[in-house]
Design a protein. Sequence first.
Length: 303
Amino acid sequence: MDTSTDVTGTRTNSTGVAVLISVAAGVLLAILWSFEFVDSVIGDNVANTLLGRAAKTTPIDGSVAGLLFAFVSGFAGTFTACNIAMAASIGPMSAAGAGERTGLLRALLRPLGAFAAGMVTVSAVYGFVGVLLGERLPQLSTDVVGSMPVRLLQSSVVFGLVGLAMVYLGLASLGVVRDVFAGRPTARVVALGALVGAFLIGRPYPMFVKLFHWAADTGNPLYGAATFALQSLGNILLVSVLFALLVLGSRGRFLRWLAGNPRRTAVITGTLLLGLGVFTVVYWDLRVPSLFGFGWFPAMPYN
């Protein structure tokens, strides 16, 4: 009996199941997602509470206030559809941390640092360029194509590309396609951070658009870079705390559990990336356009 063939067949079957479940979960999440709940009920209330004022309507009254608004509005937007996919970073960061052999703190800080470096590089560059271009960017436009705002067309393009990249990374982790980051878990984390930073390039979240207008009005590209970097850091605050709790709260046992079974690490990483990547593509390239008469998508009674 050829046991190696049996093992290969079993692994192939389990990979197929993981792919199907991840894709189905991503599509289902896109159908069930309530943007009004996460944007208004969660996002607005969090920002209003932390700032002590109506975040959407109260003007930003200075450079320091703008920096504070950037971080707080980023944190408030944690669960929005233009940011929730950053939760997939838990898998790659854990995989990178599991490879560390020089201490628990390093296993925590190195993946977080790599993730933040990739993210801040993209968001800061976009903030710099965004202030220079200002109203010429579709993201700040009030024009429409048919009935769909131009800024949402930019969102659909950007999030579609980011989502496809996440799908690829997920399939690569599961061994379905070639993994360009094989043996380089830290590089994978940097790349994922860059994708999360790119969320700002398409983000239509009202508080971010308000911040963008404020930064553009200052005419200072360095200030734009700083505010956009803080916005991104606010976006990942919760997932960073969760990762720290997994690492420090378990005293490294979680990372050792991952390191003890590479296949387990690949499945956790792959399913998170694939599922949330599918969600991002389906939500922004199918559901959002359907709201403006471009195609059809299932609608929930609460949307």
